[in-house]
Structure formats: structure tokens, C-alpha cells
Write a protein that binds this ligand. Structure first.
Ligand code: ADP
Length: 456
């Protein structure tokens, strides 16, 4: 695809005066891009080898608090550095920012130069490597929903994020005439991403006023997570350039549907040619391998939920009747179940996890889905019968944890996750989850005042 760069083509673009800035980025626990804006010359001279960032960047919460209690870093240990090692295969133009390119970095220990085990990109790479050892390659896609507003980010901030107006007036699910009115922003997003070498499939209106979905073609798992992170940044940047705001909160308003990020998953032979999930003689065209993989996803759905729903707000999306699943069951092409079989009896057969919100960190979500699927394969777990009918009404079936607190307990107790990532890594994220809970528990909200101030 066009848009991607090598060091040589970057050099040429810099000499031609086309590129003067390189964003050197890493991904934090929240799935955000963090980094520095390099002058292209400095990047070409030294920055492409490595640079550094403060190691508190994998120990902060959404508002960037220096949260204490992590083993990996603290005031006591002096908040040292990580090495940011550019992965030059991710070097690309960002056409929506004048004269700008970007590169994603892996995070390495400052002294040993070993990968930082709890860095999200490393966690995903570790699971991809396990599959590579088994002769398999995961192909994945993350659909991404968000809301687009008439106001700018600055206006909404000044207003305490109250009284925002969705850019469209009503339900715009698939509605072309409504998405025409938003296409100044959405077209720039599609074209900007395409120009950055990201294989955009389409965007569409979603079921509530102002709600959008953007789809990127499925790709190798690491590329998918990289794309997802860049897509979120592009949406924010381009909305801002148009004087509009977007949000990827799982649930920005009580009265409207939440925003999701469904994760499509399939395994292929390591040369990428043979779809290992497909067997024309299997039920719905599923191979035995796929049955084991899906059984693993189901078995570990509770343990994995925190990585699909990391904040207290995330759990407000799990509402009956709004297409967000509440049950860890599978079904064939049924959108009410947590896991939906798509592409039955075809080479495109895949499993879609519908639990995740638009607020998930794609590296963590993909890594933990793969770890659960690998466990299903290794244990040769049997796949139960599919669910049919309205899953919201299903009784006596595996529930997805309904609160951050329950999801944190399931995460902490998961032997599968501890074996796949190591105790230190899982303890790191349990600490992040507990911090989030503690912050939620102590905070007085608008809702508390509205309910209690004069009525109690
Ligand atoms: P939906 O019915 O969920 O809208 P789509 O046809 O739009 O389904 O596909 C959703 C996503 O699934 C797309 O991003 C597509 O690239 C991805 N996808 C298609 N085939 C595969 C596959 N074999 N493995 C993983 N993802 C796939």
C-alpha cells in the first residue's frame, strides 16, 4: 500500500521538503499513543535507532496520575527510563498532519534492552509467537464505533462535557442521507487513513444519533492492533481539525447505546494461505481447531472481560436490548450472544467477540483473546452446542462479569492468564483495575448530587 515508508524513502521525502516531523510513539496501558515529535533530521541521524521515555508511562491512569503500588516503577525507584525502539516496519506518512510521518516503538528495559513484559505491544507479540511455534498465524479485525459531536473538544471541555449535540439528529444506522451530512469529517478520516497505508474498508452510520462505525480490513494481529490505535488518533485529530469532537467512551450517555469494538478472529497457516478454521465437513464449516479455540474463548470469557472493558464506565454498556452482549455463549450469526460465528461454510469463517467496548486497548484485548484460544487448542476443549434465540433471555448460562469489581476478581484468579503472561504482568493489570475501582468508589458525581442534594 502507499503511505508506508522505509528509512530510505523517508530520507528522500525529507530531502524533497515533504516531511519535516516524525511522531515517535509507544502505546500505553489505555491504548493511547504516547511519544515525542522529532525533527526528521534528528530522527534520521539517531532517533530511528532508539530514544527514551519515562517508565511511569506504563503506570498511569486515564488522567495521568502517578499511581503508586506498581512493582515495575515508583517514586522509590526514581521513575527511570524505558528505551523506545522504533519498529521501522510501522513507519508511515500521516497525510492529515502536514509534513508528518509516524513510527511505533517497542518498549525495552533501559539496562538489559529486553522487551518490557507488561507493555501492551509485547504482550500481543508474545501470544503471536506462541502461535507461530504451532505453525499458525492469527488474522484479526477490530470494528470501532464512536460518537461525533457538533461542538469542538475545547467547547465541550469548557462546558464540563455537558450538553453535547450529536452531529446527526436521529438514528442513522446505514442511513446514507444522514452520513452525507457528516462526510466532511468521515471522508477525511477514510482518506487520511488510506493515505497512511491503513486498509480502510468503509464507515457507516450506527444506531444512535451521531454514532459512527469504521472498519479496517482484517490483517495480521499485530498490524490490526497498530491500525486500531492509529485509527483512534486519526479520528480525534481530524475531528479536531474540523472543529468537532469525538468520543470512544463505552457509554457517554445513559440514554443512548454504547460504542463497541468487536474483535474478529481466525487462524491461518503460517504462510497465510490456508484458513485453519475452515473444514467443509465440520458443523457450520468449522474445523476441530476452531471448535477448540472458541471453547477456550468461552471458558476464559470472564477472566478476559477486564481487557475488553477496563473502566467502571465500560460496564454501563452491557444493557439488555442494545446489542451489547451480557452472556458468554456462542451462536451462529446471532448478534445477542457474546461470541458470534461469522462466514459459516466459507473460507472467511471466523469468530467475533462482541463483548469489547470502544474503550478497550486493542493490544491487550487481542493478546488475551489469543491466549484463551490457545488454551482451548492445547487442552482440546470441547465446544458446547450453539445458542439460538434471544441470548438476553437465556437462563443458566455463563454470564459476562457485570461490574469492574467482578471482572477484576476473575482476572486476578485466572491461571490461564498467569501462565500465558506471567504473574508480574497479570499483577500489574490487577493493580490498574483495582486503582480504577478505588477512584470510582471515592468520586462524587453529578448523578449523586442530582439524586440526593435536595431530595434526601
Ligand atoms: P459485520 O456483519 O460484523 O458487519 P463485516 O463483513 O463488516 O461483518 O466484517 C467485519 C470484519 O471482519 C471486517 O473488518 C473484516 O475485515 C473482518 N474479517 C473478514 N474476514 C475475516 C477473517 N477471516 N478473519 C478475521 N476477520 C475477518
Amino acid at each position: 500500500m502507499t503511505g508506508t515508508l522505509t528509512l530510505d524513502t523517508l530520507k528522500a521525502a525529507a530531502a524533497a521538503g515533504e516531511i519535516d516531523t516524525v511522531l515517535v510513539c509507544q502505546v500505553d496501558m489505555q491504548g493511547r499513543l504516547m511519544g515525542k515529535r522529532f525533527h526528521v533530521q534528528n530522527f534520521l541521524d539517531t532517533g530511528h535507532e532508539e530514544t527514551h521515555s519515562c517508565n511511569y508511562l506504563l503506570a498511569t491512569d486515564l488522567p495521568m496520575e502517578t499511581v503508586q503500588g506498581y512493582k515495575s516503577t515508583s517514586w522509590e525507584s526514581g521513575y527511570g527510563d524505558y528505551v523506545m525502539k522504533p519498529d521501522l516496519s510501522t513507519l508511515r506518512r500521516l497525510p492529515w498532519l502536514d509534513g508528518t510521518a509516524m513510527v511505533l516503538c517497542d518498549m525495552l528495559d533501559h539496562h538489559s534492552h529486553q522487551p518490557v513484559p507488561h507493555s501492551p505491544r509485547q504482550m500481543l507479540k508474545r501470544q503471536i509467537a506462541r502461535l507461530a511455534d504451532m505453525g499458525m498465524k492469527p488474522m484479526m479485525a477490530t470494528e470501532l464505533e464512536f460518537y461525533l459531536f457538533r461542538e469542538s473538544f475545547e467547547q465541550l471541555f469548557d462546558n464540563g462535557y455537558r450538553d453535547m449535540t450529536p452531529l446527526s439528529m436521529f438514528n442513522q444506522d446505514y442511513a446514507i442521507h444522514l452520513t452525507t451530512r457528516e462526510d466532511a469529517v468521515m471522508r477525511d478520516i477514510r482518506n487520511g487513513l488510506f493515505g497512511a497505508g491503513i486498509p480502510v474498508e468503509n464507515s457507516k452510520g450506527e444506531a444512535y444519533a451521531g454514532q459512527e462505525e469504521i472498519n479496517i480490513r482484517y490483517a495480521a494481529a499485530l498490524d490490526t492492533a497498530d491500525f486500531h490505535t492509529i485509527v483512534k488518533t486519526a479520528c480525534k485529530d481530524i475531528a479536531w481539525q474540523h472543529g468537532r469532537a469525538v468520543t470512544f467512551m463505552a457509554k457517554y450517555d445513559t440514554e443512548v447505546a454504547g460504542s463497541s469494538s468487536h474483535v474478529h478472529q481466525s487462524l491461518w497457516s503460517d504462510d497465510g494461505r490456508t484458513p485453519l478454521f475452515h473444514d467443509p465437513d465440520g458443523r457450520f464449516g468449522m474445523s476441530k481447531l476452531m471448535e477448540h479455540y472458541v471453547a477456550g474463548l468461552l471458558k476464559h470469557a470472564a477472566a478476559n472481560t477486564w481487557f475488553l472493558a477496563p473502566y467502571a464506565n465500560s460496564y454501563k454498556r452491557f444493557t439488555t436490548g442494545l446489542f451489547a452482549p451480557t452472556k458468554a455463549i456462542w451462536s451462529n450469526d446471532n448478534r445477542t450472544a457474546g461470541f458470534r460465528l461469522c462466514g459459516e461454510n466459507s473460507k472467511a469463517i471466523r469468530i467475533e467477540c462482541r463483548i469489547g467496548g470502544a474503550d478497550l486497548n486493542p493490544y491487550l484485548a487481542l493478546a488475551t483473546q489469543l491466549a484463551a484460544g490457545i488454551d482451548g487448542i492445547e487442552q482440546e476443549l470441547a465446544l458446547e452446542e450453539p445458542h439460538s434465540g434471544d441470548a438476553y433471555e437465556a437462563r443458566d448460562v455463563r454470564e459476562i462479569p457485570g461490574t469492574l469489581r467482578d471482572a477484576t476478581v476473575a482476572l486476578d484468579r485466572s491461571d490461564m492468564l498467569r501462565a500465558a503472561f506471567g504473574d508480574d504482568v497479570i499483577d500489574h493489570y490487577v493493580h490498574a483495575a483495582r486503582w480504577e475501582q478505588a477512584e470510582t468508589d471515592r468520586t462524587v458525581t453529578d448523578w449523586d448530587r442530582l439524586r440526593g442534594f435536595d431530595r434526601g
